[in-house]
Write a protein that binds this ligand. Sequence first.
Ligand SMILES: Nc1ncnc2c1ncn2[C@@H]1O[C@H](COP(=O)(O)OP(=O)(O)OP(=O)(O)O)[C@@H](O)[C@H]1O
Ligand SMILES: [Mg+2]
Length: 250
Amino acid sequence: MSILDIKKLTASVDGKEILHGIDLKINPGEVHAIMGPNGSGKSTLSYVLSGRMGYEITGGDVLLNGESIMELEADERARSGLFLAFQYPVELPGVSGMSFLRASVNSRLRERGEEEVDQLSFVKIVRAESKKLGISDDMLKRAVNVGFSGGEKKRYEILQMALLKPSMAILDETDSGLDVDALKIVSEGVNLLRHPDRSMLVITHYQRLLSHIIPDKVHILSEGRIIKSGDKSLALEVEENGYAGINDAA
Ligand SMILES: Nc1ncnc2c1ncn2[C@@H]1O[C@H](COP(=O)(O)OP(=O)(O)OP(=O)(O)O)[C@@H](O)[C@H]1O
Ligand SMILES: [Mg+2]
């Protein structure tokens, strides 16, 4: 059974149809990449999957671990194992990072019928994961994303993923704004989370990321449709020829 099964998905924002019928299946353990021109609907797809308000599904279905998530609210989707790392992570002034992280991890544990972690052990776990991602103690003490640099916000998204251990993770341009060293650190973090029970959908503009996180499949999204799918060589093709050649062929 696929972890994520998107069937003929159409979706609108403000009454305007942006996704015109997306079919995409991701099997357990697989990492898929989505590339595509600006405005082709990549972030819209990630928002629609995560259940963000204002993104209306007008047709088709989305199954997560075999069950439709169409009727679930965003928080219910998150608890059932879907995780989205935002293209533009939001600042949460006044919300302590540590409490935020612990609350999200505990609600996921409750959902699975597992015991919640106490504060002391949680701090230890967070410290260990943060270290791997080059996140300072100082950042952990601050409010969520407030005053973080662009690259720090991206690392913080991966920290959340590492703690939440989702079954389906969507990473929307996690590489944008990262310096070369941070790109390596973040990619290594992502690779460590590759697991036979976990799938990932990586949205990116650059082959660069995909040479660190090697995808099983690459899909090209254009004007709300997947116009081509292939293996990792498709990303190289895009880098060399741009989208024009692929558009023509499609
Ligand atoms: N609230 C909205 N009202 C009208 N159009 C919208 C709205 N939100 C998104 N769109 C349009 O939907 C299209 C897809 O946007 P989306 O952000 O999904 O693109 P993207 O593929 O993620 O692009 P990028 O590579 O620049 O991140 C764009 O044309 C955008 O203008
Ligand atoms: Mg986008």
